[in-house]
Design a protein around this ligand. Structure first.
Ligand code: GDL
Length: 698
């Protein structure tokens, strides 16, 4: 039994019914015909009414839009369109000619009409022209024929719409399909004004909200865009789309779109995750939202205890979706698949029905032999946890947030782990709680890998494997902080396995860019200061020296000791130049407030300046890094980012390891490198007494 609404909601203000459903509009592998048919069944069951066919990487939808369908393809499309009809779902065929169409060439217009006529012959009644994600510069021929790009698009769209007999559903996706793309803004966008004024009134317009992936969509923003478009838009919602990041999947509820929007919109279509099966939650919760407001479809469960939106509670909608999804996970999708749940308990193994090799009957271990492997099945709590870990683009679920906060606290208070302070007991209790949460993730993974519905599992597999691994690293790190870890399990040990440095080349690039670390927003309250990191240039020399001197003055040293300079001091004071690509400065609104330099090969200077490291150490850690950040920068992330970028540069120079020289009086930097986690102290006789050398392999 589904707890979901089954009736379709009445039409909103304006003409025609409220369009609700799914747009298959993402980049990458399109869904299969079977999956689409399954989608229609679900849409019907949940009271959604539309499917927009727009798979970006389907050859004949976009790149080869002019090509007609072959008889085999035609057969498949005919079957699909008829399946949609059977399930009361409006099949809208979209085409994206914008990559290379010449709007002013009549042959192109003919090609477009011919293609859509062919699809009309397949039984399709509703159409869409999409002009998203294309070059905005017109070719010379079009520039001659049309005053603007908007005029070109509108002209061809109106023509095609009329040619097809003004279908009841005809959708247009503008090139500026969200507020962020409008110049200078929505109200003053000449592109949107042309579209709004000149597109025939029977054509509806797709809109993704303030951004491509909109965190929130407000009533005001929709009223604003509607005034320019001269009609209520159909939302193309990318809230659950994951085609832009292979590590992310979105299993959180449809959220941050007030139900007050419903009467102000022509419809909502969600463009969800590329993986078909995990979209159960995205589509189910959208359906609950569409059916939520007063006068909507019938509801088995009362929504509306949330102060923010009396019509819809994302939490309740999520729980409804997850409990329905759990049932689906338990239903087998392959022949002979029911044997696994029967093995749930050892006692029940006698009743196992699925033994294909009949010669010996089911295997039953004898006394002293291995018992049969018993695995549990996932629970609703497992699914809730899964959804929390893969929640929404701008928000982690509650458990994920708690885990991040806990880990952050454990790192910040790591000195309490070993020393006996007032916080020691709290540290260990929190470490235990963190460990329990990590364990729950591992158990969830184990139970999910036992689900009878293997198609769902396989769509989830890479993601749950990735999070299990990520949690494993964090767990080992906390154990190390608590003094119980195996050095081999450390996050950044000397020779980590490849899963100790994740993300591949793209991850390397990201760590080198100034924006890296911005998502610390998940853990910390939003920072008010804005920092920008940029390469060092010769004009910065004096500023850097000033920071170096200021930091030296601030260090609490034994007054009688006059210290000979270290290599790091010579680098900071400008007596030595950093290696190429190895010098960064950070600025805040006042000016330069920190720097980070590296030498890819410190051997030569090591001979000239005070010796903190032996030759043997230099063999293993030939590079040096130095960082100084003024005390007014209380946020550690700019320094972390600079060090991250320098380590990437040093690594790409072929170096095996990096060391840093830290005066014990420089508490700030000592603390910084200790908390980084990757640098470990080297105990050496060669180092001056007041200097600690820390190093990391690359
Ligand atoms: C987009 C694309 C869409 C893609 C999404 C998320 C629209 C109108 N177009 O800009 O195909 O899946 O971003 O990456 O949203």
């Amino acid at each position: 039994m589904s707890t979901q609404a089954g009736a379709q909601r009445p039409a909103p203000a304006g003409t025609g019914r409220f369009i609700s459903g799914v747009v298959e509009g993402f980049y990458g592998r399109p869904w299969t015909m079977e999956q689409r048919t399954e989608l229609f069944k679900r849409e019907q069951r949940w009271g959604l009414n539309t499917y927009l066919y727009a798979p970006k990487d389907d050859y004949k939808h976009r790149m080869y839009w002019r090509d007609l369908y072959s008889p085999e393809e035609a057969e498949q499309l005919i079957a699909l369109i008829s399946a949609a009809k059977q399930h009361n779902v409006e099949f809208v065929y979209a085409i994206s000619p914008g990559l290379d169409i010449t709007f002013s060439n009549p042959k192109e217009v003919t090609a477009l009409k011919r293609k859509l006529e062919q699809v009309k012959e397949f039984g399709c009644r509703s159409f869409s022209l999409l002009f998203d994600d294309i070059e905005t510069e017109m070719c010379p021929a079009d520039k001659e024929a049309f005053s603007t790009f908007a005029h070109a698009q509108v002209a061809i769209t109106n023509q095609v719409y009329q040619h097809l007999g003004e279908p009841e559903v005809f959708l247009f996706c503008p090139t500026d399909y969200c507020a962020a793309f409008c110049t200078p803004n929505v109200l003053q966008s000449s592109y949107l004004h042309t579209v709004g004024e000149q597109l025939l009134p029977g054509i509806d317009i797709l809109w993704t909200g303030p951004k491509v992936v909109s965190h929130k969509i407000s009533v005001e923003s929709i009223e604003e865009v509607s005034s320019v478009l001269k009609r209520a838009p159909v939302i193309w919602d990318n809230i659950h789309a994951n085609d832009y990041d292979p590590q992310r999947l979105f299993l959180g509820p449809f959220k941050d779109r007030p139900t007050e929007l419903i009467p102000r919109l022509k419809g909502v279509l969600t463009n969800p995750n590329c993986e078909f099966y995990p979209n159960f939650v995205a589509i189910h919760t959208l359906a609950t939202w569409c059916n939520s407001s007063a006068g909507g479809g019938s509801r088995d469960v009362e929504m509306g205890d949330e102060a923010q939106d009396p019509g819809y509670s994302p939490h309740k909608a999520l729980m409804l979706a997850l409990s329905d999804w759990l049932q689906e996970l338990m239903s087998t999708d392959h022949p002979g698949g029911q044997c696994r749940p029967a093995r749930l308990k050892k006692e029940s193994s006698d009743e196992e029905p699925m033994q294909t090799d009949m010669s010996d009957g089911p295997y039953n271990p004898g006394p002293g032999e291995n018992p049969l492997y018993t695995a549990e099945l996932p629970t609703l709590d497992d699914l809730k946890l899964l959804s929390d870990l893969f929640y929404l683009p701008y928000e982690h679920g509650a458990t994920a947030r708690t885990m991040l906060q806990q880990l952050d606290w454990l790192k910040e208070h790591s000195q309490a782990a070993a020393a006996h302070t007032d916080e020691t007991a709290e540290w260990h209790s929190r470490a235990q709680q963190f460990d329990d949460m990590c364990d729950a993730v591992v158990q969830m993974f184990n139970r999910l890998s036992n689900v009878p519905n293997r198609s769902i599992l396989y769509d989830l597999y890479n993601y749950i494997c990735d999070i299990k691994s990520g949690v494993g690293l964090a767990r080992a790190y906390v154990k190390t902080l608590g003094g119980q870890g195996q050095p081999s399990a450390q996050v950044m040990n000397e020779d980590p396995e490849p899963w100790g440095f994740r993300g591949g080349l793209s991850g390397e690039f990201q760590r080198m860019l100034p924006g890296h670390g911005n998502r610390d927003l998940f853990k910390h309250p939003p920072m008010t200061a804005v920092y920008s990191i940029r390469p060092y240039c010769s004009e910065d020399k004096l500023e850097v020296q000033r920071i170096f001197e200021e930091m030296q003055r601030g260090e609490v040293r034994a007054p009688q000791v006059s210290q000979p300079p270290l290599i790091s001091d010579a680098l900071s004071a400008g007596e030595l130049s950093p290696s190429s690509q190895c010098a960064l400065v950070v600025e805040d609104e006042i000016g330069v407030c920190g720097y980070a330099f590296a030498l890819t090969d410190a051997k030569l200077p090591a001979a000239k300046f005070q010796r903190a490291v032996s030759d043997l150490v230099l063999e293993e850690f030939p590079s040096l890094v130095v960082v100084q950040v003024l005390p007014r920068v209380t946020d550690p992330s700019p320094a972390k980012r600079m060090v991250g970028q320098l380590l990437s540069s040093v690594r790409s120079s072929g170096s095996r390891g990096v060391f840093c020289e830290l005066r014990l009086s420089n508490r700030r930097m000592l603390d910084f490198f200790s908390k980084l986690g990757s640098f470990k102290p080297l105990h050496m006789d060669t180092a001056p007494q007041d200097v600690l050398v820390m190093a990391t392999s690359l």
